[in-house]
Write a protein that binds this ligand. Structure first.
Ligand code: ACO
Length: 724
C-alpha cells in the first residue's frame, strides 16, 4: 500500500473500527528482541527523556544497533545521530518515539517507509486526556503498515533477552526471571528502583499505558514461551478486551506462574482509575472471580506481589501437598498454622511418620506433631538436624522453618546454616523461613534476602508465599476442560427476541421468557396464561392447587412492587379474591398499563433459593453469576462469577466459590443439594449468552434447588436484550 493511500484510508476510516483496516501480522518477538532500535527525539540535552532513553540503551549493554534520530544530527554517547530515519542504512525493528504529541503522527511515515516493526510511543497527550481521535489515527496508520504500537503514554520497555533497557527509568535493572507488565507508568518506573533494591531480577518490564494496540494479551503470547520468564506479574488498572485476556491467561497459567495486582478495588479507587487511564475499571468482584477461574494469583499489595514473584521464580514445583513447620517457638508455630489455613497450605499430619522422622532430633519435652516444636532449648545443631530430617524426607513436600531469637544460637553461625541448607535443598523442595527477633535477626534477614533466600520477619508473609505456590500448583493439576457447545436453538431464541422487538420492547414477558426456558430445557413450574378470571380458574384446575398468579403486562416489569403477584392460593375462592386484588393494585400502580391477564403458575415446594444469571459485561464480555438468594445476595453480596461459556468443572468451581456453599452441601443433618443440576443451568446460560450476544441480561431468581438427584426449578426468569 502506498503512503498516500494509507493516509487516505486513515482519514476515511477514523470512525470505523480497526478490523476494517488491512492488517499485516508482525511478530511480537521483535518487540522484545529487536536487532536494531531507533530513538526518535533523541536529545543531547541530559535533562530530556530522549537523552535518558539513549543512555539506558547504551548502558544496559544492548548488542544491536542504536540509531538516535534528531534533525540537529551530531553524536550522543558515542552513537551517531541521524537527522531522519530515512538516512539510516540498515533495517530498524523498533522505534522508540519521544517527541511531543502533535509531531508523533508525522513521524510514523518515516517509520513505515523504513519497515519498522514496532513503535514504542513514550509520548503522553492522547486518549488519557481525551485525545482519542489522534491515538486511533496513529494505530490505524501503523496497522496499515504492519507496525504494532506499544503505548502511547508509557515509560518504555526492558528486555533481558536483548540486554535492552529502552526506558527513561533510573537504570540498573537486574536481569532475572520475573516479567512485569504494568499499566501504571509512574508505578512501573518506581518498580525499577524497588526491584533493584530488593534484588529482584527481571526478564522484562513493559509499560502498556493507554493500550491503544498492544495489550496484556499480546505480551502474554511472547512471555508464555519465553524461557527466561518464570513468573509474570501484571499491574492492571482497567480491562478493555477482557474476554481475550481471559483466553490468554487460561493458556499462560498452564506454563508460568501469573500474579496480578489490580487497583480500583474500592469504589473510590475505581473512580480514580477510570479518570487516570481513561479506561473503565471492571467491577472488582468480577475481576477477582475471573482471575481465580484463570488460575491467576491476585496479590493485595505490590509488596505481596513482589514476595510471591521472587519466591515463585526460584521455588521448585511441589511434588505433593504435605508441608511441615519446624520451629523453636510454640507461639510462632501456632501463628504459622493459622496462616496455613488462611493460605491453603496443607499440613502433614501422619503422627507415625512424623515421630519416625523427628524422634532422633527432638528433646523429650518437644512436640513431634506438626508444627515440630524443638522448644526454646534447641541449639542451632538441633535446628539443623530437624531441618535436614524434614528436607530429606520424601513424604514431606514443603518446609516452613521458623525461628524465635534465643541466646542459645550464634546469629552469624545460624545465618550460615540457613544459607547452607537452602542452597543444598532449594532445587528439591520449596522452603520458606521466618525469623523473629531484634536488630541482629533483622540484619540476618536483610543479608539473606539480598542473596535471594525467602526469609521474612512476618510469619504470614512467609506462609503466603507458599500458599501462592500451592494455588499455582493446584491449578496446574486441574484437568483442562473445554466448555462444551450445547445444541441450543439460538435461532429460535432470536425469533422470540425479534417478536418482542417488533413491540419495541427490550425485555421479554413472562410467557416469552418461559419459551426461552423451554428451548434451554430448563425445568420451570407449570404455567398457563389466563386472559380473564374464568380462564384463570380453569387454568388453576388444570395445574392443581396450590397456585401462584402473576400479572402479565409489558408496562409492569417489577410485578411484586406493583402488587401483581399472589402466592399459595389454595382453592378457587382464594384464587378469585387474589385475581381481583392483583387487578386493583396494578391499575392503581400504573393506570395506563395494558394488562393482558395473569399467568397461573404451579406453586412449587420449598427448597434452597439461589440466584443464577448471565450477562454481557462491558469489560469481560459474556459472564455468569451465581449466589444464594435472599439476604445472601442482597446483604452479604455472596456471589461468584465466571467468564462464559463454562465447562462442567468451572461451573462446579463457581458454585463452590461462594461463602455460603456449605449450605448446599447440607448442614444440620440436611441432605446435600442438587449441585450438579445448578451447574447444568450455569452451563446452559453461559452457552446462550456467549452465542446470543443480544441478550444483555438473563436472571433466574429464584432457582430453587432440591436434594441431590431431585433437580432444580427455575421459578422466575427475566431476560433483557438489545433493542436494535
Ligand atoms: N524527529 C526527531 N527528533 C525530533 C522530532 C522528530 N520528528 N521532533 C522533535 N524532535 C526533537 C526535538 O528537537 C528535541 O531535541 P533537542 O533536545 O535536541 O531540541 C527532542 O526531539 C525532544 O523534543 P522536545 O520538543 O524537546 O520534547 P520534550 O523532550 O520536551 O518532550 C516528550 C517530549 C517527553 C515525549 C513529552 O512530549 C511527553 O509526552 N512527556 C511525557 C512522557 C511521559 O510521562 N510518558 C508516560 C510515562 S509513564 C509515567 O507516567 C511516568
Amino acid at each position: 500500500m502506498s503512503l498516500r493511500s494509507a493516509e487516505k484510508l486513515v482519514s476515511m476510516s477514523s470512525e470505523c473500527c480497526l478490523g476494517d483496516v488491512m492488517e499485516k501480522k508482525t511478530n511480537i518477538e521483535y518487540l522484545f528482541e529487536p536487532r536494531s532500535v531507533a530513538v526518535i527525539g533523541a536529545s543531547q540535552n541530559k535533562a530530556k527523556i530522549g537523552y535518558r532513553i539513549v543512555e539506558n540503551i547504551v548502558s544496559s549493554g544492548y548488542k544491536g544497533r542504536v540509531y538516535p534520530i534528531n534533525p540537529k544530527g551530531g553524536e550522543i554517547l558515542g552513537c551517531a545521530v541521524y537527522p531522519t530515519l530515512s538516512k539510516v542504512k540498515g533495517e530498524v525493528d523498533l522505534a522508540v518515539i519521544a517527541i511531543p504529541a502533535r509531531f508523533v503522527f508525522d513521524s510514523l511515515k518515516g517509520c513505515a517507509e523504513k519497515g519498522v516493526k514496532h513503535l514504542v510511543i513514550i509520548t503522553s497527550g492522547f486518549s488519557e486526556v481525551g485525545n482519542t481521535t489522534e491515538e486511533r489515527k496513529i494505530v490505524q496508520f501503523a496497522r496499515a503498515y504492519g507496525m504494532r504500537v506499544l503505548g502511547p503514554n508509557i515509560f518504555g520497555i526492558y528486555s533481558s533477552a536483548a540486554s535492552l533497557d529502552a526506558t527513561f527509568g533510573p537504570g540498573g535493572i537486574l536481569p532475572g526471571h520475573i516479567a512485569i507488565v504494568t499499566q501504571s507508568g509512574a508505578l512501573g518506573i518506581a518498580m525499577i528502583g524497588k526491584t533493584a533494591a530488593e534484588s529482584l531480577g527481571l526478564s522484562t518490564l513493559v509499560s502498556v499505558g493507554n493500550k491503544s494496540d498492544i495489550d496484556e494479551s499480546d505480551l502474554l503470547e511472547y512471555l508464555a514461551n519465553d524461557d527466561g520468564t518464570r513468573v509474570i506479574l501484571l499491574y492492571i488498572e482497567g480491562v478493555n478486551q477482557g474476554d481475550r485476556l481471559v483466553e490468554s491467561l487460561k493458556r499462560v497459567t498452564r506454563l508460568k506462574h501469573v500474579v496480578v495486582i489490580k487497583s480500583g478495588r474500592s469504589k473510590r479507587g475505581a473512580m480514580a482509575v477510570a479518570s487516570h487511564t481513561g479506561s473503565l475499571a471492571g467491577a472488582d468482584e468480577i475481576f477477582d472471580s475471573l482471575m481465580h477461574q484463570c488460575g491467576v494469583l491476585r496479590a493485595e499489595s505490590v509488596q505481596e506481589a513482589f514476595n510471591w514473584a521472587r519466591f515463585l521464580a526460584e521455588a521448585p514445583l511441589l511434588k505433593g501437598k504435605d508441608a511441615v513447620i519446624i520451629t523453636n517457638g510454640g507461639g510462632i508455630g501456632v501463628l504459622a498454622t493459622d496462616a496455613c489455613e488462611k493460605y491453603g497450605v496443607a499440613l502433614y499430619d501422619n503422627p507415625r511418620t512424623l515421630k519416625e522422622a523427628f524422634a532422633q532430633v527432638m528433646p523429650d519435652f518437644g512436640s513431634a506433631k506438626n508444627p515440630i516444636d524443638l522448644t526454646g532449648q534447641a541449639t542451632s545443631e538441633d535446628y539443623a538436624r530437624a531441618l535436614e530430617a524434614a528436607l530429606e524426607n520424601d513424604d514431606i513436600h514443603a518446609v516452613m522453618a521458623l525461628y524465635c531469637e534465643t541466646a542459645l544460637f550464634d546469629t552469624v553461625e545460624f545465618a550460615r546454616l540457613l544459607q547452607r541448607e537452602y542452597r543444598h535443598y532449594q532445587g528439591s523442595k520449596p522452603i520458606v523461613f521466618s525469623l523473629f527477633g531484634g536488630e541482629k535477626i533483622e540484619a540476618v534477614i536483610r543479608k539473606l534476602r539480598k542473596q535471594g533466600i525467602p526469609v521474612f520477619s512476618d510469619v504470614y508473609d512467609a506462609v503466603s508465599c507458599l500458599g501462592a505456590l500451592y494455588r499455582s500448583w493446584r491449578n496446574l493439576h486441574e484437568p483442562q476442560e473445554v466448555a462444551e457447545e450445547l445444541p441450543i436453538d439460538v435461532e429460535g431464541v432470536e425469533s422470540i427476541l425479534d417478536r418482542a422487538r417488533s413491540e419495541e420492547r427490550g425485555f421479554l414477558l413472562a410467557n416469552e421468557a418461559q419459551q426461552v426456558a423451554e428451548i434451554l430445557g430448563l425445568d420451570t413450574p407449570r404455567s398457563i396464561l389466563a386472559r380473564n378470571l374464568d380462564e384463570a380458574v380453569q387454568a388453576a384446575e388444570q395445574i392443581g392447587y396450590p397456585v401462584v398468579i402473576k400479572v402479565v403486562s409489558k408496562d409492569i416489569i417489577h410485578k411484586s412492587d406493583a402488587g401483581g403477584v399472589a402466592i399459595d392460593l389454595e382453592d378457587e375462592s382464594e384464587l378469585i379474591d387474589a385475581y381481583q386484588a392483583v387487578m386493583r393494585s396494578c391499575r392503581a400502580y400504573k393506570p395506563d398499563a395494558i394488562i393482558r391477564g395473569v399467568e397461573v403458575v404451579e406453586m412449587i415446594r420449598p427448597g434452597v433459593e439461589t440466584i443464577i444469571g448471565a450477562r454481557q459485561d462491558p469489560s469481560f464480555g459474556p459472564i455468569i453469576m451465581f449466589g444464594l438468594g435472599g439476604i445472601y445476595v442482597e446483604v452479604m453480596k455472596d456471589v461468584s462469577f465466571r467468564a462464559a461459556p463454562i465447562s462442567n468443572r468451572e461451573a462446579h468451581d463457581m458454585i463452590a466459590s461462594i461463602r455460603s456453599y456449605p449450605l448446599l452441601l447440607g448442614v444440620r443433618g440436611e441432605k446435600r443439594k442438587d449441585i450438579d443440576a445448578i451447574a447444568e443451568v450455569g452451563i446452559k446460560l453461559g452457552n446462550l449468552v456467549e452465542r446470543c450476544r443480544d441478550i444483555t441480561d438473563i436472571e433466574i431468581n429464584p432457582l430453587v434447588v432440591y436434594d441431590h438427584g431431585e433437580g432444580v426449578k427455575a421459578v422466575d426468569i427475566r431476560i433483557l436484550f438489545r433493542n436494535l
